[in-house]
Design a protein around this ligand. Structure first.
Ligand code: SAM
Length: 239
């Protein structure tokens, strides 16, 4: 995924990703709601429900504006740490945490998923929503997840994917290639960000390859669950 970058310049992918999410942070939540027809809420809820090991501590990787972390407070009793490399996404996340009076449950930290500032075996569950695609190296990010996850801990990852059933595939292709980038460009005012979304989803490993990566890193019980006709993939694994 190193070569799929948002902007047409020579800066390394990580710098471009930070710039992009800082740029779109103010409109991110609104566009998420609009472009997914509010299904993003349902996808996160379904994912959290797979965490059944009563975790004390959850790490939400690429937490952005903290929606996954906020959802986790509803269905677990855990303390949640959310990390992200975009300070502006975290700023909005922090405002929401304050608004919903969740400061005693969630804390946010500026950190890189590919170099996590935590000891090994620290968390009983890890969540990551729509973040993995943006890593410079998926393998490094997944290895870090494995390292900080406690033994028998649960990993849940959400990523957009391409449906394969007729006519959803064809309709979704039109929406995802033409309508979504246009709406994204008009509302976020960043002409590249939502084009990058389409390109990076197209370049993301297939479910078979991604499940193999998880297994190679050491995860057990790796599972793929398609959500909403396969427009989103939920991956579940255990350490
Ligand atoms: C599409 S947003 C997802 C936000 C949130 N998880 C959600 O479900 O809405 C992707 C997030 O991944 C973050 N991100 C990308 N690469 C990262 C990395 N290497 N380490 C930490 N966060 C990263 C971005 O800054 C951005 O906030």
């Amino acid at each position: 995924m190193k070569y799929i970058k948002p902007y047409n310049n020579t800066k390394e992918k990580k710098t471009q990703i930070i710039n992009m999410f800082n740029n779109i942070s103010e409109t991110y939540d609104l566009l998420n709601l609009m472009l997914s027809f509010r299904m993003d809420y349902i996808w996160r809820k379904k994912s959290i429900r797979h965490i059944k090991n009563n975790p004390q501590k959850i790490l939400d990787i690429a937490t952005g504006t903290a929606d996954f972390a906020i959802m986790a407070t509803k269905y677990t009793k855990a303390k949640i740490i959310g990390i992200d490399i975009s300070n502006k996404m975290l700023k909005i996340g922090n405002k929401k945490i304050k608004k919903y009076k969740l400061s005693n449950r969630i804390s946010l930290k500026l950190a890189d998923a590919e170099k996590l500032p935590f000891k090994s075996n620290s968390f009983q569950a890890i969540t990551s929503g729509f973040g993995v695609r943006n890593f410079e190296s998926i393998e490094t990010g997944l290895s870090e997840m494995y390292r900080v996850l406690d033994k028998e801990g649960v990993l849940v990852i959400l990523e957009p994917s391409k449906p394969s059933i007729f006519p959803i595939k064809q309709l979704y292709n039109i929406y995802f290639t033409y309508i979504l980038p246009l709406l994204g460009k008009i509302i976020s005012k960043d002409k590249n960000a939502y084009r990058y979304l389409t390109n990076s989803v197209n370049a993301f490993p297939t479910k078979k390859i991604f499940l193999n990566k998880l297994k190679e890193i050491g995860f057990n019980k790796c599972k793929h669950i398609p959500l909403t006709f396969g427009i989103v993939s939920l991956y579940i694994a255990e350490k």
